[in-house]
Structures are given as structure tokens and as C-alpha cells.
Design a protein around this ligand. Structure first.
Ligand code: SF4
Ligand code: SF4
Length: 353
């Protein structure tokens, strides 16, 4: 997978430039006529599962854009970034880790098919990059790995963010197999991996080689919103955090909507006779008091203010301290989806004035 820093500090820029020198050879650029787009998608759908953003509607029981498996190019919606991320396709909501029957351990069967994920915005792709660090680099998770191995990631570049996006304030990298850029009558398509190059080869009748099809201008995104600084290491005791935590209802929507959040709980589902059952992994939320309860009934983040700050510090500081990668991708979904509209970016901006 190709990684190149877009908005970065000198430190990460140097690291990424080294990777870039090795991997740049992989990059190729093509044009795909918009008139051929539906035919291209409908051809690819015959070979693989195809997941893409669709517009929400009451009939689809989701009123905002979300990702789902589609059966025709007509279903794709690219009007704005999806409200719900693609996270649940990789990090499942209810993952059966194993079952048992008597003394016998039963491993869950996998029915994985190759899957194309289309229409991922740069924030979504960076979120997958971060999930990879957690589920592949640290301790390889076989369930996550199998899904990632079977995936092909196709991005769709945002020319303009919405009212909540502040991705330009964050350190995003290029991370994709293919990236689509809207160029009027055509899509300019950039490859970022061997997988991406093989894919273009497979569907070569739709792609025309076009060196320099993507300019630096094409890669830019306009944001109206800005996080003035992500450096909050000396602000932990600032009273301004209360502007958020005093009205937070600890619902966990911010964790659920964030492509990066990856905490989980295990639940054992055991038959009444205790002879059979299964262990299930479920996403969890650091905003819930119950999540911070450990053995011995000790609650280590009892105060809402501590839980509220923990999420922001994890996004801006703790992950970077551990992995040298900035975690938050500036998608703004946690602000858009917060039922009481807590805007932590504005809280930090005000705090820093
Ligand atoms: S803006 Fe919010 S939802 Fe988006 S990546 Fe950052 S913390 Fe997660
Ligand atoms: S979505 Fe808003 S109210 Fe809910 S836990 Fe997150 S910050 Fe608090």
C-alpha cells in the first residue's frame, strides 16, 4: 500500500519521503471516461463483492449516507462523505471469536469473498491505515487480517469538505490501491499499490494510461473548518474542557461514528446448562462509565470530564506518542453526530486564544 504524507510535520515528512522513494515506482495514472463508469462498476460487480456509499433514505432505514454492498452502479452516491463509515465491514459489530461444545472448541467458519470498497474519502482511507496499525502491526488479528487481505480500497477525492471537515489541519497520508479524481468528463485514476496496478490491468479496456493526469492542485481539498493546533499536551487541566464535558451525555455516538475508534469488549454467550456457548467481540465506547470498570469493581474514569478528555487526548496525543502517527483524520463525524453538538475543535481553538 502506498503511503505519502500530504499534510505533515517535518518528522513524519522525512519518514514518509523515504517510503515514497521506494514505492513511487508503483504509481501510475490513467483516465476513465465518465461515460464508461457504470459499465466499469457493473463489470467489476460480476467478479467481486462491491461496497460503496449509498444515499440514506427512510426506505433504506438509514437517513444519511452509509456504505453497503451494491448490485448496480446506479446505487452509488458520491454527493458528500458518508455519515457512517466503512469500519463495520472490517471490525465487525458482533465478531464470534470461538464457540465451544463440551470440551470441543469450534472455530467460526469464514465465507470471505474478494471485496472492492469504492468511494472511500481520504479520511476513511487514513482511518483504515490506523486500524491496520492496531489490528495488524501490534498483534495480528486473524479476523481483521482476512478481511483486509480480501479487500481492494478505491478512494474518491473530496474537492471540498463539508461544514464539519477539518482534514487539512491533520496529517493525512495517501493510502489507497486506487484513487479517483473528478476531472469533468473523465475520472483521473491513480494507483498506489501492486494490487491497484493489477486491478487496472484486469479491467484495462476501461483505463487509458495518462501520465500527469493528476496534478498537485487536484490533490487539494478546501476546508472551511480548522483546528488551529493539535498540540494539547500542556492543556489537560484547562477548565475549558468542561464546555464539552458539562453537556456530554456519554452516549458514545462519537466513538461509534469515528473510523479510528477500535476499543472492544468481550461477551460470553453461554447456554443455560453451561455445556455450549461462544465468545463475542463487540465494539465499545470509552465515553461509557461501564467501559472504565475493571475487576474488583474499580471505575478508573468515573468523572465524565476525564472520559471526555481521554477521547480527545487519544485522538491527538496518545496514539502519536505510541506510533508516531496522528490518529484523528479531521472527518468531523463525531461533531456532526453528537446529539448535543459538542464541537471539541472550537473548544480547543478557544482554549488556545
Ligand atoms: S474528527 Fe472525530 S470522528 Fe473524525 S477522525 Fe477525528 S475524532 Fe474521529
Ligand atoms: S457524541 Fe457527544 S454527547 Fe455523546 S459521548 Fe460523544 S461527546 Fe458526549
Amino acid at each position: 500500500m502506498f503511503v505519502r504524507c500530504l499534510y505533515s510535520t517535518e518528522q513524519t515528512k522525512t519518514k514518509c519521503l523515504k517510503i515514497n522513494a521506494v514505492q513511487q515506482k508503483l504509481m501510475q495514472q490513467f483516465l476513465l471516461k465518465k461515460g464508461d463508469f457504470s459499465k466499469f462498476v457493473n463489470t467489476a460487480i460480476k467478479d467481486s463483492d462491491f461496497v460503496a456509499p449509498v444515499e440514506g433514505s427512510r426506505e433504506k432505514q438509514n437517513t444519511r449516507p452509509f456504505f453497503r454492498e451494491i448490485s448496480s452502479a446506479d446505487e452509488i452516491y458520491l454527493g458528500r462523505k458518508s455519515y457512517y463509515t466503512v469500519k463495520g465491514f472490517f471490525f465487525r459489530e458482533n465478531e464470534k471469536i470461538f464457540g465451544f461444545n463440551g470440551n470441543k472448541i469450534i472455530n467460526p467458519e469464514s465465507e470471505l469473498k474478494d471485496t472492492i470498497y469504492f468511494g472511500l474519502r481520504r479520511c476513511d482511507l487514513n482511518g483504515i491505515y490506523h486500524q491496520d496499525i492496531v489490528f495488524l502491526d501490534e498483534n495480528e488479528d486473524p479476523f481483521y487480517k482476512a478481511r483486509r487481505d480480501a479487500s481492494l480500497l478505491i478512494g474518491y477525492h473530496c474537492r471540498e469538505g463539508d461544514d464539519y471537515c477539518f482534514c487539512n489541519s491533520m496529517e493525512l497520508v495517501d493510502f489507497f490501491d486506487l484513487m479517483f479524481y473528478d476531472k469533468g468528463e473523465n475520472y483521473a485514476v491513480e494507483t498506489g499499490s501492486e494490487k491497484g496496478n493489477s486491478f487496472v490491468k484486469k479491467y484495462s479496456k476501461f483505463f487509458t494510461k495518462a501520465d500527469n493526469a493528476v496534478s498537485d492542485e487536484d490533490r487539494k481539498t478546501v476546508n472551511r473548518k480548522k483546528l488551529n493546533t493539535a498540540d494539547i499536551k500542556d492543556d489537560y487541566d484547562n477548565d475549558d474542557w468542561k464546555k464539552g464535558s458539562d453537556i456530554c451525555v456519554s452516549c458514545g455516538a462519537c466513538n461509534f461514528l469515528c473510523m479510528n475508534c477500535h476499543c472492544f469488549d468481550f461477551e460470553d454467550d453461554v447456554e443455560f446448562d453451561l455445556k455450549a456457548g461462544s465468545r463475542i467481540r463487540k465494539p465499545a465506547s470509552c465515553q461509557l462509565r461501564s467501559f472504565t470498570r475493571v475487576a474488583g469493581n474499580h471505575v478508573f474514569r468515573n468523572e465524565r470530564n476525564a472520559r471526555f478528555k481521554h477521547r480527545i487526548y487519544h485522538q491527538l496525543q496518545y496514539f502519536r506518542e505510541r506510533h508516531n502517527v496522528q490518529f484523528c483524520t479531521g472527518c468531523g463525524r463525531c461533531i456532526e453526530g453528537c446529539p448535543v453538538r459538542i464541537d471539541w475543535v472550537e473548544i480547543i481553538n478557544e482554549m488556545k486564544k
